[in-house]
Write a protein that binds this ligand. Sequence first.
Ligand code: UDP
Length: 251
Amino acid sequence: MDEKLSFFKDGLRLDGRLPDELRPIKVEVGVLARADGSCYMEMGENKVIAAVYGPREVHPRHLQEVTRAIVRYRYNMASFSVEERKRPGPDRRSYEVSKVSREALEPVILTSYFPRSVVDVFVEVLQADAGTRTAGINAASVALADAGIPMRSLISSCAAGKVDGEIVLDPMKLEDNFGEADVPIAMNPSGEITLLQMDGRLSKEELQRALELAKAGCQQIYEIQRKVLIDRYSHMDDMGSCDEVVAEEEI
Ligand code: UDP
């Protein structure tokens, strides 16, 4: 079999997408009654839920910062979220993903408004198909807004990758596993990047193309995040109460 042709058929990818196409996205905001803000998000076969608590008192107290709130972010993969059962609990990968995800969101959170407090973000991956860190960041960004945490803007996130020598947007697991590179990014609506990682090898031109694609993907995700929040809160104004709003977008 010619390996080089196996990921594309008639210019389309194995799931029927064009090279510059995102997977379908579904977002629900305010899904958890006991969180201050929450969001459930599907990006293709990825299913994640984000819960935000705070600003609230910091425990342990020695973590307090006198001039600003601290942000904590815990990314966790459920053991049933992947093909081969994942051992429960934190591991090196989840620490790394938690750290880069926190750093992706922290620049837009107005932490100086809440000295000595903490904003806690929990992201649970229920089903994984490559791109869980980016799905988690998108859900967390919406959940932060839902919690009323003051922010400069939303953050949107997606990856581009290289498969069979071609740069593609939003690689799914098969493409990620057998692909040559994976470049997850996160950015604000002005295109300022707050997360940039690269797994694999790309030429300078390929990296430029990957960034171009990923930025265009983030813009589309931003519009969806914005819409779901506007729908939820304009609905509140009209009705005086807040029912769950579901925004389903096929891109
Ligand atoms: N994965 C897995 N088991 C693990 C970690 C990851 O099966 O313990 C899969 C999962 O589908 C994940 C994908 O590998 O989405 C890619 O993982 P990566 O570390 O690149 O992070 P992601 O793309 O999910 O942000």
